[in-house]
Design a protein around this ligand. Structure first.
Ligand SMILES: O=P(O)(O)OC[C@H]1O[C@H](O)[C@H](O)[C@@H](O)[C@@H]1O
Length: 323
């Protein structure tokens, strides 16, 4: 449970910024914006970031068929993975659904906690009181999560604080399952992984990454452990996303490729690859107005091993995506 005494203290905003309405809270979501036009939108359901707009361009992929009403995890944006990554078939977390419960729960809005003309932050909380009785049974620990989303002019930072508020030690994984929107997967490379050990979930094998520039040209589902520095996503050799991490040692690279066709909530069906192959004039016009999705997931996390949290201990991990 998020102790009220531990809640972040809201910082009063200047009248000028208040007039700019950089923070809008609706029944199911929160919208943040900067005077320079950048914005981010976060659903209370899963505390899922579903949009990040810079210079009028959407930076995150959100499936056309994503469910946003809280009945399913969101296919797109930044779903939160906690307290388990994947779906272990045995052990104390075997009863939990794939990727845990954090992306399924309705989070509490704790409030806007810092704001200047160049950045704005909002915090959300989750504890056992926000879980269903089944979820509490599946993961019977007393915990508090505080999730912060910080929007700056050219970056988006997400930070998770995990607190063990009970008497029992627990193990957890955490991951920001970030769906990046990219212009064209055919020109895309991911850099910063060379020399890192990875588990390939497609071939069920392990290897050391040899590529300086990793292309995405088929299904990719790799868990890179202990990635040393910045991971860059490049389009035609130009960095379009630079991802830095603090206390999140691992990076998952995922693109379902044509496996996306089997996902009921994935749309457009070929959004994994290249929307330009859809020829109709109407779709081309729509594409100009609202470029549809091409994606790669670059997921910063702590997933290659369990993190153990003793009672009264705190763990914090964050990632920042710079443009
Ligand atoms: O379909 P989901 O439960 O959202 O999982 C989507 C994907 O998440 C991660 O990237 C995993 O490495 C993949 O194996 C998984 O398919």
């Amino acid at each position: 449970m998020v102790e009220r005494s531990k809640k972040p203290v809201p910082i009063p905003v200047s009248p000028t910024r208040a007039e700019n309405q950089g923070f809008v809270s609706e029944s199911d979501r929160v919208k943040l914006s900067l005077p320079t036009g950048e914005s981010v939108e976060i659903l209370l359901h899963g505390a899922t970031v579903i949009s990040w707009v810079v210079d009028g361009q959407e930076k995150l992929f959100l499936s056309e068929k994503a469910t946003l009403d809280g009945s399913k995890p969101v296919r797109g944006g930044i779903p939160l993975v906690f307290p388990v990554f994947g779906k272990p078939t045995e052990g104390p977390v075997a009863a939990l659904p794939q990727h845990g419960f954090a992306r399924l729960c309705k989070w509490e809005l704790l409030g806007r906690t810092s704001e200047t003309d160049t950045s704005i932050q909002v915090d959300f909380g989750l504890g056992p009181e926000n879980l269903t009785a089944d979820q509490r049974e599946q993961w019977p620990y007393i915990f508090g999560l505080i999730y912060s989303v910080n929007l700056s002019k050219n970056s988006l930072e997400t930070k998770m604080l995990v607190r063990n508020e009970g008497f029992k030690t627990f193990d957890f994984n955490l991951l920001f399952h970030t769906y990046l929107r990219i212009p064209d997967v055919n020109n895309l490379t991911v850099e910063g992984l060379k020399g890192t050990n990875y588990k390939c979930k497609v071939t069920q094998s392990e290897a050391v990454e040899e590529a300086v520039e990793l292309p995405i040209n088929s299904e990719v589902d790799r868990v890179y452990a202990n990635v040393p520095g910045t991971v860059q996503v490049k389009d035609r050799g130009q960095a379009i996303f630079k991802i830095d991490r603090t206390n999140l040692e691992d990076v998952v690279v995922w693109n379902p490729w044509d496996g996306a066709r089997k996902m009921a909530d994935f749309g457009p069906e070929d959004g994994y690859k290249d929307m330009s192959k859809r020829p109709t004039a109407l779709l081309s016009r729509i594409r100009v107005l609202m470029p549809l999705g091409l994606l790669v997931c670059i997921e910063a996390g702590a997933v290659s091993k369990w993190h153990t949290l003793e009672p009264e201990s705190i763990w914090e991990g964050s990632t920042i995506i710079n443009l």
